[in-house]
Design a protein around this ligand. Structure first.
Ligand SMILES: [Zn+2]
Length: 323
């Protein structure tokens, strides 16, 4: 159930910054370039729309999204011959709902708040997608899957080393339950609420390995949290990553679409590879808070060899990592 925001005017100006939520098909039409042509650059929107279906992490003051129409209509009192259309909305929501970024300060007293994360860690960042959906749903209890170091090793053996200073996105396949709140959060009774949650995530050692050995700047997942639902009490992945100034992206959307369109599978065995130099644009709202909804955009550049290896023209990278 939605709660009504307090009457503070704090949120009103933020509506001007709130990007309209396009559906994926609309996005391709509006901003995609050459969708369906692997040789051309493509953009992908990895964010869920923010609306009444948005799922929030439990325990916040506002566990819902409220969009209220302050004004909407033609202004009949305009001082000209023609009335003009005027619409202005207000919205209210908790920080940790939908596709959103956790700032280091969320679990790190000395960590960056959202507006303090350096832009170079958010914009045009190399990215890797570790797809473990098959492993997750091979288990009797998929909601107890924890990504381990061995899964990272398997990914690197197949797709190459995860780039340093990248954002790692973990695809568990849990997005199939969005926006069914009870299934997605893994509440195991029918009351609509439960003290325990059940969904897949990462083990502490795997998160620690990514931070120490690959120096990741961000960790994303297509579930409510990189900490397993049943491990919410200790939050070890949050503490390890945010404690090292590595931000988290929760409820990452549409990774299936991204992989389907950009990742080649080996036809006759051998090493699989992507046809994509994947870059991420992580755009949370500029608040001084512990987290906020974010637009997550992925850019797939054609994976071609640079014809200017000395970088004399533009800033074309001299090599491309797989993802
Ligand atoms: Zn969060």
């Amino acid at each position: 159930m939605l709660r009504v925001c307090s009457s503070s005017g704090l949120w009103a100006p933020l509506v001007l910054l709130f990007l309209p939520a396009l559906t994926l098909s609309e996005f391709f039409t509006a901003g995609g370039s050459g969708a369906g042509h692997a040789e051309e650059s493509e953009w992908f929107d990895l964010s869920y729309p923010i609306d009444e279906d948005t799922i929030f992490y439990p325990g916040q003051k506002y566990e819902g999204f409220e969009l209220s129409k302050d004004v909407q209509g033609f202004n009949q009192t305009a001082t000209g011959n023609y009335p003009f259309w005027y619409a202005q909305y207000s919205f209210c929501m908790g920080e940790h709902g939908g596709t959103h970024v956790d700032a280091p300060f969320h679990f790190n007293k000395l960590g960056w708040k959202l507006n303090e994360i350096p832009l170079k860690r958010l914009v045009d960042v190399p990215a890797a997608v570790i797809d473990v959906e098959t492993d997750v749903f091979a288990l009797r209890n998929p909601d107890e899957f924890a990504l381990e170091i061995k899964h990272i090793m398997e990914h690197e053996a197949k797709y190459g080393q995860i780039p340093f200073n990248s954002v790692v996105l973990v695809r568990t396949g849990w997005a199939r339950y969005w926006p069914n709140k009870q299934r997605y959060l893994g509440w195991n009774n029918s009351t609509g609420h439960s003290p325990t949650m059940h969904f897949p995530g990462l083990s502490g050692p795997a998160a620690d390995w990514l931070v120490r050995e690959r120096h990741i700047v961000g960790l994303g997942i297509d579930s409510p949290s990189p900490d397993l639902g049943n491990a919410a009490a200790n939050q070890v992945v949050h503490i390890i990553t945010l404690g090292s100034q590595v931000y988290i992206i929760e409820n990452v959307a549409y990774l299936d679409v991204l992989l389907k369109k950009t990742r080649k599978q080996p036809q006759f065995g051998g090493v699989a590879h992507s046809n994509c130099n994947l870059r991420l644009f992580v755009l949370p709202m500029k608040t001084g808070g512990t987290g906020a909804p974010a637009r997550i955009l992925a850019h797939c550049k054609p994976n071609v060899v640079d014809s200017h290896p000395h970088g004399a023209v533009g800033s074309t990278p001299t090599h491309f990592s797989q993802y």
